[in-house]
Design a protein around this ligand. Structure first.
Ligand SMILES: Nc1ncnc2c1ncn2[C@@H]1O[C@H](COP(=O)(O)OP(=O)(O)OP(=O)(O)O)[C@@H](O)[C@H]1O
Length: 236
């Protein structure tokens, strides 16, 4: 089971009728069990790429082969929860067949047990993100897409949520693709890092990280980040 991506071009037509190219070339493969992390400057076309990979946008040049029969879950930048449903109902509606013990395990990992009956309007951004993640994992996806799941959280909460994502990713073999602005998140979570250029996005470097996630010491992470800093690449 693998995801094959070969996008040669993607353009939008703006309100004034001008065509704007957003993606200029991206070819990569992700296999089952792998976490791919996409890093690129703001506005370069990352969310656009994720929408294409999720099958939400077919207006591009190239070819994307999702794994046959793969169940997809996507967590958007803004947690899209149904406001009139509790956290637990949001999850159950997306995953009506989820087993009780699996549901409890997911809520426990994400520290949501005490929030099952809360409504989205009562949640902080961090909690809402975790609820959206719980919903994605309850679906038991084969292909998981996460669009900046740790953005605008404070450092301590982002670090905890990153650990929680790593635990969940380890709990089932799937293809995971995550977008982030943080090289630290990329090096801590990724098996392969895809570094994109500014708009129109082009894949500049693919950086594999061979050491298993659980064995990455702070020293190793710092060394990999130092190596990455030597590449011709900037996220700003
Ligand atoms: N539906 C659309 N119609 C026209 N232009 C769009 C549309 N969606 C995105 N764009 C433009 O495409 C470019 C890339 O947007 P996209 O959201 O993919 O970037 P991004 O890398 O995810 O940005 P960020 O890091 O800020 O989240 C931007 O210039 C944006 O304005």
């Amino acid at each position: 089971m693998q995801l094959d991506v070969d996008i040669s071009s993607k353009s939008y037509t703006s309100a004034n009728g001008k065509r704007q190219q957003v993606i200029a070339g991206m070819t990569f493969t992700l296999r089952r069990g792998e976490v791919g992390v996409v890093v690129g400057p703001s506005g370069c076309g990352k969310s656009t790429m994720l929408r294409i990979l999720a099958g939400l946008d077919s207006d591009y040049q190239g070819k994307v082969s999702q794994p046959a029969g793969a169940r997809l879950a996507m967590v958007f930048q803004e947690p899209r929860l149904l406001p009139w449903r509790s956290v637990e109902d949001n999850v159950r509606l997306a995953a009506p067949d989820v087993a009780e013990d699996r549901l409890s395990a997911i809520f426990a990992v994400l520290e949501l047990e005490g929030h099952r009956s809360h409504f989205p309007g009562e949640l902080s951004l961090g909690l809402a993100r975790r609820a959206a993640l719980a919903r994605a994992f309850a679906v038991e996806p084969d292909f998981l897409i996460l669009d900046e799941p740790l953005a605008s959280l404070d450092d301590a909460l982002a670090a905890r949520l990153r650990e929680e994502i790593a635990t969940l990713v380890a709990s089932r073999p799937m293809i995971t693709l995550l977008v982030t602005h943080s090289m630290d998140d990329a090096v801590r979570l990724g098996d392969r890092i895809f570094l994109l250029s500014s708009r129109p996005a082009r894949l500049l470097h693919t950086v594999p990280i061979a050491v298993p996630r659980a064995q990455r010491s702070n020293e190793l992470i710092a060394a990999i980040k130092a190596d990455l800093a030597r590449l011709d690449f900037s996220v700003s």
